[in-house]
Design a protein around this ligand. Structure first.
Ligand code: FAD
Length: 336
């Protein structure tokens, strides 16, 4: 374990923002994670946990220690007639793990293909896509408590999962390091094809639904729709889809009959991309930051954007949407 000083973070965040960490360390095992938490340098400095850096926006240098979580390993811990239970170390790459499950014919996360990041951060915002949220396959989350260094297993319920949210973004933020996640997968394929253009894409591919085909269809759609961070800096959806009451939704529907929304419990979830597009920001720039021309929910780094420029654009978008629709857009990305 080597602690580096004045470490450049540009290649470690998908926005490609230049920021410097005062200290940086890559942790390749649970032992190393436990060791660093007991160290003097950790106790004397602020810390930041980093996975794949695909949901982080740096707005300044980090005057503390960045811990890059990189512990690897996958283990079957139980099997019953219908399910397999798998404990996966936090540093495993998410998309490779999705492929591994498909290869083994374990069903549950195939619709979450091609989401960047690591397994250990999948519970943080309860990643979701194409009609699936990871919470539905999480049995428990192993964490190390920063306060006393003890290891605990949090049940699915204790994680308080919600739409792009969990205890790890709320009251447990900076209290725990997620070290592993235990998943429960179905041994019989449960195919979810109702969402978005999955069925249309399968038809275009001349294939019938299967775990692998659905995942490939979703990969095709995502590659067409979303900018690839290795060419265009971005962090996926920058904002959450806002939830509004039924009354507010009806009011908006009256004024904008084409508004895109989905029922969510008693409320309605509005498509934030649609709101941004209608407010005139799709494809527009502010300095070196821009709203993507194909997907208005994604803010991009046009080259040398600073985190502050991205935030300035985000604020302008929020003001425009609030002004037109009276709806607040909440950022999904973690701002540092
Ligand atoms: C092109 C693109 C498409 C995307 N599509 C989707 C999508 O469809 N659905 C979706 O939900 N998200 C999507 N995202 C967002 C992002 O990929 C996910 O949120 C992902 O889970 C972030 O993983 P990461 O490892 O990169 O996390 P990071 O960005 O490194 O960290 C995310 C947060 O978790 C904290 N953290 C890091 N490690 C730990 C740890 N061990 N314990 C506790 N906290 C920790 C960090 O401090 C930070 O606050 C997309 C991003 C991109 C760039």
């Amino acid at each position: 374990m080597q602690i580096k000083e004045n470490y450049l973070l540009k290649k470690l965040n998908t926005f490609g923002i230049q920021a410097i960490a005062k200290y940086f360390v890559e942790l390749n095992s649970l032992n190393e994670i436990q060791e660093i938490v007991q160290s003097k340098i950790f106790k004397e400095n602020p810390f930041l946990l980093l996975g794949g850096g695909s949901n982080i926006l740096f707005t300044k240098d980090f005057d503390g220690i960045v811990l890059k979580i990189n512990n690897k390993g996958k283990e079957i811990i139980a099997v019953d007639a219908d399910h397999v239970f798998l404990k996966v170390q936090a540093g495993e790459v998410w998309d490779a793990f999705v492929d591994y499950c498909i290869m083994n014919n374990w069903s549950g996360i195939e619709n979450l293909a091609l989401i960047p990041g690591i397994v250990g951060t999948s519970p943080v915002q309860n990643i979701g896509a194409y009609g699936v949220e990871v919470k539905d396959c999480i049995e428990s989350v192993e964490v190390l408590s920063i306060e006393d260094g003890k290891m605990t297993e949090l049940s699915n319920e204790e994680c308080k999962f919600a739409y792009r949210n969990s205890i790890f973004k709320q009251e447990a933020k900076n209290k725990y390091i997620i070290t592993a996640v235990t998943f429960k997968f179905s041994k019989k394929p449960i195919l979810i094809t109702h969402y978005g253009d999955i069925l249309k894409e399968l038809e275009n591919m001349f294939v019938s639904p299967s775990l692998e085909n659905i995942s490939n269809a979703i990969k095709n759609i995502r590659r067409r729709k979303l900018p690839d961070p290795s060419f265009t800096g971005n962090a996926g959806s920058f904002f959450k889809n806002p939830l509004v009451s039924k009354e507010k939704y009806n009011e908006l529907l009256h004024e904008y009959p084409k508004i895109r929304a989905f029922p969510s419990g008693e409320d309605y979830k509005l498509a934030a991309g649609w709101l941004i597009e209608k407010s005139g920001w799709k494809g527009k720039s502010l300095g070196n930051a821009a709203v993507h021309h194909k997907q208005a929910l994604v803010l991009i780094n046009k080259g040398d954007a600073t985190g502050k420029e991205i935030i300035a654009l985000a604020k302008a978008v929020q003001i425009a949407v609030k002004g037109l629709f009276g709806v607040e857009l909440e950022m999904e990305v973690n701002v540092v």
